[in-house]
Design a protein around this ligand. Sequence first.
Ligand code: ZN
Length: 234
Amino acid sequence: MASDGALVLFSGGQDSTVCLAWALDRYPRVETVGFAYGQRHAVELTQRGVVIERIRDTFPRWADRLGPDHEIALAELGRLSETALTRETEIAMSAAGLPSTFVPGRNLLFLVYAAALAYRRGLVTLVAGMCETDYSGYPDCRNDTIRAQEEAIALGFDRAFRIETPLMYVDKAGTWALADALGGAPLVDLIREDTHTCYLGDRTKHHAWGWGCGTCPACELRAKGWEAWHAAPA
Ligand code: ZN
C-alpha cells in the first residue's frame, strides 16, 4: 500500500466512484474534490454527498481513511462554454467531430485546481477517472494529455505530483467488474443506485444499471457496459 495520501476528483458518477474505491483500497488517507461548473446535470453534486456517506456507512475498512470532501466553484467555465453540458442545447456531433458535450479545457482546469488543493493538503497523488477506451473522443481524456499535464503540474508546482488514472484502458464493462473486485455486490449496488451519470440530470427513470434518461450518450454507455459485464463469462 502507498504510504502517502491521495486526492480523488470525484463527480458523483460511476467512474469517479470506482476511482474513489480504488484509492481507498490503496492509500491510508484519501480526500475528495468536486467542481460546480454550471453543469446541466448539477444533481450529480447532490449525489456526491450521498455516495460519500454510503461509502462511509457500508465500508468500515474505508471509512477511517476517508478525509474531508471539497467542492470548488468554477462557474466561469460554464459561462464561457457553449456546450450541451452547460447550455440547454441538443447533444450532437460538432463540425470538429467531437460531441457537443465536450467542455473545452474542463479536465485541464480540474486537474490544476485539484493540484492546488492537494498542495495545500499535503497530498501528492491525484486520482482521476479519465479513460480513453470509450471516451467519446474527448482529447483531454487521452493518456498523452494526462501525462503532459502531470509533467506541467510537477514543474509548475516544483513538487513530484502523480496523476493516477486507473480507468484509462478499462471499458465500461471493465469498470463494473473493477467495482465488483474492489467492493463486491455492496459497491455495485451503491454505484447502481446512488451514482449519477446521465447528462440530462434525469433521476426519475430507473433501469437495471441505475437512474437516468436512458437515451443520452452517458446513459447509453453505462447501460451497454452493464449488459456487457453481465454477458461476460464469470
Ligand atoms: Zn441520460
